[in-house]
Design a protein around this ligand. Structure first.
Ligand SMILES: [Zn+2]
Length: 134
């Protein structure tokens, strides 16, 4: 039996899932499907483009332990990235409109460093969390 803390990006409700089967991946309050991944997020694909002035975008596709898809878009400007949009199972939410913040910077730092991005701004929960990775 696993006790998994989950939170909802849309309304900020935090709840726990206790059980052995897959959780329903739905917020009990607002029925949004934009809830936490179960277990570890696994990055399965990434896409990167930029134009000569240093502006571009990184798109990261990941799945959780129940194969639910998570897609993160990160707008980049030279060495700085800003999380813009999270798409979960086909539903998109703007990072700055999220009611809760996920600690995604650790997950993406290494991948972003490959593209020369050393700073990731995560505007989730309006916390303006900035990590320096130098
Ligand atoms: Zn909710």
């Amino acid at each position: 039996m696993a006790i998994i803390p989950l939170d909802c990006l849309e309304c900020g409700t935090q709840y726990t899932y206790i059980g052995v089967g897959p959780h329903s991946a739905e917020c009990p309050d607002c029925e949004s499907t934009c809830v936490s991944p179960v277990g570890e997020l696994r990055i399965i694909d990434q896409d990167y483009w930029s134009v000569p002035n240093g502006t571009g975008e990184v798109q990261i596709s990941a799945v959780d332990e129940h194969d639910r898809s998570f897609e993160f878009r990160i707008g980049i400007q030279k060495h700085k990235g800003t999380l813009t949009t999270i798409t979960i199972g086909g539903t998109s939410i703007l990072a700055k409109q999220c009611s809760v913040a996920w600690p995604i910077t650790d997950l993406f730092n290494e991948l972003l460093a490959r593209y020369g991005i050393t700073e990731l701004i995560n505007p989730m929960h309006s916390s303006n969390t900035t990590t320096q990775n130098q």
